[in-house]
Design a protein around this ligand. Structure first.
Ligand code: ADP
Ligand code: MG
Length: 682
């Protein structure tokens, strides 16, 4: 009975479950030809090998024993991908349990085979197939269910949807395993009428059933028993009243434009549906990743912002300079006693000349135990001096009221003073309550100094509040007079503190060492000197913050790693739950790569969503911190913080890499599932 026109040609085919001695021979040496346009029923008792034969016919399983050819092509010669493509083009499956995917609408379920068509359909092709899907649904009488989910359909309606899906790509063979097994008798008859009608239109239909009623409709009956064909008969095929089958009606097709576009993003869209359909689980799964991404973006952003703020503060306090003085600690045991200091009149000019190319040298000279009589009350004040406008600028001072000391007052010992903001606030209100309403107050007030300086000075300016560091904690409580005024009234014109402002590009440490060396030579190596280099201190703080950032990034990375393992775990659970879905997709022609891609996209989506959520939380957190900080230190801390780009890239990047890495194993496992086993599983 061998016929070259056979659509399906099976020669001496056997199939065994298992490999070793315990292997079970489910099909024994079967030979069978099925021609184009036949209507065949394969029957037999339960366990006779019907489903096994169906899996072989559907290329869901392959046997190495015997020949199985479809349209003259031996399936043993085909690679798995070619087999998947053959399945996609040639075979339409209808299962007893329908196998509609619960999260997709009926129309989407019917369109599912399109996802695995080769070559991938264009949007136009998709739109055409969508029209065809609606026509099929219309023909089967369920077009009004197209946009509903499978759960809202009756068994008969679900099976019609499944038939529509099987017919979408116009396959050569319709392969149905117990298609009426889960239906009541009325729906069962309806479904059988559909098969009869499809046969009447010239389609090849292979039904597998143990229901004699169903068997009678077919034109040929093949009987299986214990894996052997025991009967193969032609039969008239009880004609069914095909007019009673649902009539074709004009389907109401949704606009194809956006829908087919969205359809072509099927894996992404289905991944999104999977994610939102179990929100709590997704949220818990993503938690580790979210925390990791948040901590990386936050810590890198805040760390860098802190560095900026610290630099700004140092800038404002005039930290861009070096302080040099006697090392009191070391000189305690010095037999030469205390150093008397640099003579401001005679030594300062030569010191300035020596280092003129590298920086500007000035003296810190004042009297911190000075008495001031203000409004008849004597108070202790800290007197400081300014050699020039440069000193003023270098110390980061600013005038908020009144004026600067004028050049001629700097040169000619002007009896004027600038007062610090704390001094202005704490000295005057107590004694000058009545005059405080004057907006110009305390400008023009007189301070009588009693100490190293024995003179009266007029307040010409009030200084703004300045951030403080090092030994200058009281800078806002000082009063500043011209250095020349202090010199004029002082007999001992020496100072033990020198400040040097290096020129740009000059190493602070080198200049500090050079000045110390100069002083040691100048004092015949008798005294120990000490240099304070704030730049080095800043460098240490910056290094500390950088190390801190690196550590927190590492911890964030660990969080992401743990989160990734969580995601891998949940993906494995998901795959176990959706084993039938995987089987179905393979039956519809999905290749291993399609399945890997689908689960990888789901995993990536989880990771990308986590990454975005983590980044948003990080951005919100950083900006809350910035707002609070801004309220406390408005001049140095910005109101808004932009996320550190490195943090953004690292956070999102590791999340995505993590998704790829940890999604790969579950996805590969899913792709390797045996479709016939997957569909059989309960
Ligand atoms: P039917 O569909 O006619 O009920 P099946 O094709 O499912 O029969 O099974 C045929 C025989 O193969 C049965 O005896 C069954 O126990 C056995 N069988 C089916 N699947 C497996 C399997 N995965 N491993 C071992 N034996 C199997
Ligand atoms: Mg079976």
């Amino acid at each position: 009975m061998k016929d070259s026109a056979s659509l399906i040609d099976i020669q001496e085919l056997s199939y065994r479950y298992g490999r070793d001695a315990a292997a079970f021979l489910a099909l024994k040496n079967i030979s069978l030809q099925i021609k184009q346009g036949e209507f065949v029923a394969i029957t037999g008792a339960s366990g006779s090998g019907k489903s096994t034969l169906m899996n072989l016919l559907g290329t869901l399983a392959t046997s190495q024993e015997g020949v199985f050819a479809v349209s003259g092509e031996n399936t043993a010669n085909l690679e798995p991908d070619a087999l998947a493509s053959l399945r996609n083009r040639t075979i339409g499956f209808v299962f007893q349990q329908f196998h509609l995917l619960p999260r997709l609408t009926i129309l989407e379920n019917v369109m599912l085979p399109l996802n695995y068509m080769q070559p991938r359909p264009t949007a136009t092709v998709r739109a055409e197939y969508q029209k065809r899907a609606m026509e099929l649904l219309g023909r089967l009488g369920i077009q009004d269910q197209a946009l509903k989910l499978p759960t809202s359909l009756s068994g008969g309606q679900k099976q019609r949807a499944a038939i529509a899906r099987a017919l979408l790509l116009n396959p050569a063979v319709l392969l149905a395993d117990e298609p009426t097994g889960a239906l009541d008798s009325h729906s069962s008859t309806e479904v059988m009428k559909i098969f009869a009608q499809l046969h009447a239109e010239g389609r090849t239909v292979i039904l597998i059933t143990h229901d004699p009623e169903v068997t009678r409709v077919a034109k040929r009956r093949i009987e299986l028993k214990d894996g052997v064909i025991v009967g193969d008969f032609e039969q008239p095929g009880i004609p069914l009243d095909t007019d009673a089958a649902p009539k074709p009606s004009t389907p109401d097709v949704p606009r194809p434009g956006w829908f087919s576009q969205w359809q072509s993003l099927a894996p992404l869209r289905q991944a999104w549906q999977a994610l939102v359909s179990s929100k709590l689980r997704s949220a818990l799964t993503c938690l580790g990743l979210i925390i990791g991404v948040t901590s990386i973006t936050t810590m890198l952003t805040l760390g860098t912002a802190a560095q900026d703020v610290i630099l700004k503060i140092f800038d404002r306090v005039g930290a861009d300079r070096i302080y040099i003085g006697l090392d009191y600690q070391a000189s305690r045991t010095n037999t030469n006693g205390y150093w008397q200091g640099v003579h401001v009149d005679q030594d300062l000019p030569s010191l300035q000349a020596t280092f003129a190319d590298y920086g500007r040298v000035s003296m810190l000279w004042g009297d911190f135990n000075q008495n001031a009589v203000v409004g008849g009350v004597s108070t202790e004040v800290k007197l400081d001096s300014l050699g020039s406008l440069h000193d003023f600028v270098d110390q980061g001072l600013k005038i908020t009221k009144g004026r600067m000391i004028a050049p001629h007052e700097f040169d000619k010992a002007g009896a004027v003073a600038l007062v610090g903001s704390d001094f202005a606030e704490s000295m005057f209100p107590k004694h000058y309550a009545g005059r405080y309403t004057n907006p110009e107050f305390p400008l023009g007030e007189i301070i009588s100094l009693r100490g190293r300086l024995q003179t009266a000075v007029t307040i010409v300016g009030v200084l703004g509040k300045r951030d403080t560091t090092f030994s200058e904690k009281d800078i806002n409580a000082r009063i500043f007079v011209p250095l020349s005024l202090l010199m004029h009234y002082t007999t001992d014109k020496r100072s033990t503190w020198i400040s040097v402002v290096p020129k740009p590009g000059v190493s602070h440490r080198w200049l500090a060492d050079s000045v110390v060396h100069y002083l040691r030579l100048k004092t015949a190596m008798k005294y120990p000197f000490r240099a304070e280099v704030p730049e080095e201190f800043i460098g240490q703080i910056m290094l500390f913050i950088t190390i801190f950032q690196a550590l927190t990034t590492l911890i964030g990375g660990l969080c992401i790693l743990v989160g990734g393992i969580g995601i891998m775990n949940i993906m494995l659970v998901t795959i176990a739950e959706r084993i039938k879905e995987i089987g179905l997709r393979k039956a519809l022609g999905a290749t291993g790569r399609d399945i890997v891609w689908q689960f990888l996209v789901e995993c990536m989506l989880l990771c990308v969503v986590s990454g975005v959520v983590g980044t948003v939380i990080g951005a919100v957190f950083c900006n809350v911190v910035a707002l609070v900080g801004h309220a406390a230190l408005p001049e140095v801390i910005p109101r808004q913080l932009l996320l550190n780009p490195l943090g953004l890239i690292l956070g999102l990047g590791t999340a995505v890499v993590c998704g790829m890495t940890f999604g790969m194993m579950p996805a590969l496992r899913a792709s390797k599932l045996d479709p016939s086993e997957a569909l059989r599983s309960e």
